[in-house]
Design a binder for this molecule. Structure first.
Ligand code: SAM
Ligand code: SF4
Length: 499
């Protein structure tokens, strides 16, 4: 074994702190009970339609469903009931999040990784990948494009698991991102206002440091909730092979004060129905333990990746129709949660899915390392994790959303006004958060249209803005004058005014 490999292995063995898992176990068991989930999926078939209608009503009242109720929905095959579920999914999204779609950019900081996940292009055993970790200067260059040319205000910074991209690196990159201030072509100020982080599970002390550094949402995807499958695709001896270290990463985050957490499963690794039950069990467990559920749920589909045969060969890959059912049922199961659909999906699929209750999406995305500032490297480079299906610009996506009646929101106010955790859960369930979001969506959309939109997108989007302003006037007469004051100031060049 080389000295370098020995050092890496030594580092990896010290990552997991068992004392930070055991307090959450129940009689040494975790909260994913396969026998229970499989039993429910087997038994809850062919229930009366009235029972399905009752479950839909519960979801429409923004109540988290039980595992049994989820199993019933997952087994619905009747066309009318399925169509009712789809309608309810959109109704729930509109009730909680109105007609807004929040947008963000994925930002891959590097591709060094000690793990060897069979499905991932970045796995340590993949010799076809060029390894690269961005320096602070390179990060600034990327942000200049993301915030200064495209106009994003929030990003999800993505990290491999490696000593060189550990907590100190993550914090230095977050600070570089927040501190990069740019002048746009019409001389307004632009910057990233919210950094969400997708990184490996961390220790409580590291999570406290992340909180201090101003993290938005902390995301960790369980990949698969099925213990045996998890074991088979995360080779023994790697840090990631410890299922429970990952399963309880959100518990540790909340314990450390990060009350804005995102869960997810990678669909295509195991049975999709099981994964939905797993995600719901996770949300319920967080609600039970902390009174806080996940702020977002992600459900990426497994995509082809360079020199990664597993990604194409998995027997659990989902077709488009099934994937739409995943979104519909998840929307009903965890009705208050934000739901993220990424550019892994192609344009027409994305358009269909927006009407099933999606709340967040990315655009103008590049997932190669350093691809935003090095034109051309984005989709072809051998530095990226997998391949994107929708490479449209943010301007094109905003235009399409506007044509479909959605307003693109660049709002990042929530966490800056401490509307997170229990506070946001209450506001979301009662439909109150929508009020602030509506105001901030219009203000941030105005900023983006004036700073970055093409003439065509701007023209179409004006109708949306005008419609929103008249709704604000009639729905919130008390706040309307203050809102208009901010709105006018933004049209005159001021930036970052929010409620
Ligand atoms: N390394 C960290 C981890 O694994 O938690 C975070 C970054 S990883 C690059 C982010 C996510 O990408 C993973 O959690 C996984 O769900 C997803 N991913 C990995 N390989 C993929 C593939 N071939 N297609 C789609 N998504 C993939
Ligand atoms: Fe590393 Fe994450 Fe890819 Fe696994 S999924 S190889 S941990 S980057």
């Amino acid at each position: 074994m080389s000295e370098k490999t020995a050092t890496l292995e030594n580092w990896a063995t010290q990552r997991i702190n068992f004392a930070q898992i055991s307090p959450y176990l129940n009689n040494m068991r975790d909260f994913i009970c396969e026998t229970e989930i499989e039993g429910l999926l087997r038994s809850q078939t062919d229930v009366p339609a009235s029972c399905v209608h009752d479950i839909i009503q519960k979801a429409l009242a923004i109540e988290t469903l039980s595992l049994k109720e989820a199993a019933i929905l997952l087994n619905v095959r009747d066309k009318d009931l399925l169509s009712r579920m789809r309608e309810a999914a959109l109704a729930i999204k509109t009730k909680v999040y109105d007609n807004r779609i929040v947008t963000f950019a994925p930002f891959y900081t590097g591709n060094l990784c000690v793990n060897n996940c069979l499905y991932c292009g970045f796995r340590s055993g993949n010799p076809a990948i060029n390894r690269k970790l961005l320096t602070v200067d390179e990060i600034k260059n990327e942000i200049e494009i993301i915030a200064g040319s495209i106009g994003h205000k929030r990003i999800i910074a993505v990290y491999g698991e490696h000593p060189e991209s550990g907590i100190d690196y993550i914090i230095s990159t977050m600070s570089a991102i927040y501190n990069t201030k740019i002048r746009t072509k019409n001389n307004s100020s632009a910057s990233i206002r919210r950094v969400n982080v997708n990184a490996a599970p961390m220790q409580v002390e590291e999570l406290r440091a992340l909180k201090k550094a101003g993290i938005g949402t902390y995301q960790v995807f369980q990949e698969t909730y099925h213990h045996k499958t998890y074991e088979s695709i995360h080779p023994r001896g790697t840090v990631k092979s410890n299922y429970r270290w990952r399963l309880y990463s959100m518990h540790r985050a909340i314990e450390a004060g990060i009350d804005d957490v995102g869960i997810g499963a990678l669909f295509g690794l195991y049975d999709w129905k099981f994964e939905i039950m797993g995600l719901l069990a996770h949300a319920r467990e967080l609600e039970k333990t902390f009174g806080i559920g996940p702020h977002t749920v992600s459900f990426p589909r497994l995509e082809p990746a360079l020199n990664t045969p597993f990604a194409k060969a998995s027997k659990y890959l989902l077709n488009d129709e099934t994937f739409k059912k995943v979104i519909t049922v998840l929307r009903l199961c965890i009705p208050y949660a934000g739901m993220i659909l990424t550019a892994r999906e192609n344009a027409s699929m994305r358009r269909d899915c927006f009407s099933l209750g999606i709340t967040q999406t990315d655009a103008s995305s590049k997932i190669g390392i350093g691809s935003y500032s090095q034109a051309g490297c984005g989709q072809k480079g051998n530095k990226q994790q997998f391949l994107l299906a929708d490479t449209r610009s943010l301007d094109e996506v905003v235009l399409e959303l506007a044509q479909d009646g959605f307003i693109t929101s660049f709002c990042t106010a929530g966490y800056r006004c401490e509307r997170t955790g229990k506070c946001i859960m209450k506001l979301l369930r009662s439909g109150q958060e929508g009020k602030f979001c509506k105001l901030n969506a219009v203000l941030t959309f105005r900023e983006w249209l004036d700073d970055f939109a093409s003439p065509r997108t701007k023209e179409i989007a004006e109708n949306i803005i005008n419609r929103e302003i008249s709704q604000i006037k009639s729905m919130m007469p008390d706040i309307f004058p203050a809102f208009m004051n901010y709105y006018e100031r933004i049209t005159q060049g001021e930036r970052d005014l929010y409620f």
